[in-house]
Design a protein around this ligand. Structure first.
Ligand code: CUA
Length: 332
């Protein structure tokens, strides 16, 4: 009976632990870039040192237990012996281990934060409650919630926040770095291989902190250059009458007060730039897949998927919604 209970408890504990994995299948130990590799190897070193200390302490404990059973009555420690144990086990060995940990950590910190890297790409990332504004100053690109980078090339990220403290974290590529209002922090990011890497906000920043995620898309150099060229362009005009009607709605309703669509009169800055909305994989900071259905649901009732965000509920007729969707889907 007791053993069944123990097995049940262990299973529930494991289910709780692994439950988190379904949401974000990313691990700091699956390093996909040079900085993450250094951090992962530091983690293994710390794990190894911790295991060594633990096993050592357990071995001495076992030895003491065996001796206490064997020597009846137990022999009292000699005066000098106890002092030796306290001095060695309580001061010398911990000091050696901690200095080693300190040295390894300092070495890793230096390794992942170079002063400068030749050929680096600069990207500015600003944290908002609860989305990411992304600017490429040299390429004159503004986008949101999806950072495209060339694989194999170092990227200098300038991180700051426009409201509260957020934290930028792409577990497979690097460690966390806080985004602080009024201060710019530099993070060097590099992906070894092309791929999509999920990033999250790692500092509680309000109601929808858990729905403040993003994607890093690392591409071969040519694919990145092609993406940048497309993103630089202003929005293409509406292709048909329905989309044109949608554009009118977009400009007349509250949409244009908060969102920018380059090439039109919409120049709001409270919400994400929508110039190339359809080129992105997700909506609402990696909360929803970017599909027609999710986009429609988001426009009609944005407070349902992400309560507390700044986007107001809209009171559109079915016809108006179709027109607005046709327009937004033209933003490729
Ligand atoms: Cu932004 Cu948590």
């Amino acid at each position: 009976m007791v053993s069944v209970r123990i097995v049940q408890s262990v299973l529930i504990f494991l289910a709780c632990l692994l439950g988190g994995c379904a949401e974000a299948p990313v691990s700091t130990l699956q390093a996909k870039g040079p900085a993450a590799s250094r951090i992962a190897s530091l983690s293994w070193w710390l794990f190894g040192l911790g295991a060594f200390v633990y096993l050592g302490v357990m071995a001495f404990l076992l030895l003491a237990l065996v001796r206490a059973r064997r020597d009846q009555p137990p022999a009292l420690a000699q005066a000098g012996e106890a002092t030796k144990v306290v001095f060695l086990g309580g001061a010398v060995i911990p000091a050696v281990v901690l200095v080693a940990v300190f040295g390894l950590t300092l070495g890793t910190l230096r390794g992942v934060a170079p002063a400068e890297a030749p050929g680096a790409l600069t990207i500015e990332v600003a944290g908002h409650q609860w989305w990411w504004e992304i600017r490429y100053p040299d390429e004159q690109i503004t986008t949101a919630n999806e950072i495209h980078i060339p694989a194999g090339r170092p990227v200098r990220l300038q991180l700051h926040s426009l409201d509260v403290i957020h934290s930028f974290w792409v577990p497979e590529l690097h460690g966390k770095l806080d985004m602080i209002p009024g201060q710019t922090n530099i993070l060097w990011l590099q992906a070894g291989e092309p791929g999509e890497y999920r990033g999250v906000c790692a500092e509680f920043c309000g109601l929808q902190h858990a729905k403040m995620a993003f994607l890093v898309v690392a591409e071969p150099a040519e694919a990145f250059a092609a993406w940048a060229e497309r993103e630089r362009q202003p929005a293409a005009g509406p292709a048909d009458a329905l989309a044109e009607q949608g554009q009118q709605l977009f400009l007349e309703m509250a949409c244009a007060d908060c969102h920018t669509v380059r090439g039109t009169a919409a120049a709001g800055t409270l919400g994400p730039d929508l110039t190339h909305l359809m080129s992105r994989h997700t909506l609402a900071a990696a909360t929803l897949a970017n599909t027609r259905g999710n986009l429609a649901g988001w426009i009609v009732d944005p407070q349902h998927a992400k309560p507390g965000n700044l986007m107001p509920q809209t009171d559109l007729s079915g016809e108006q919604l179709l027109a607005l969707l046709a327009y937004l889907e033209s933003l490729r």
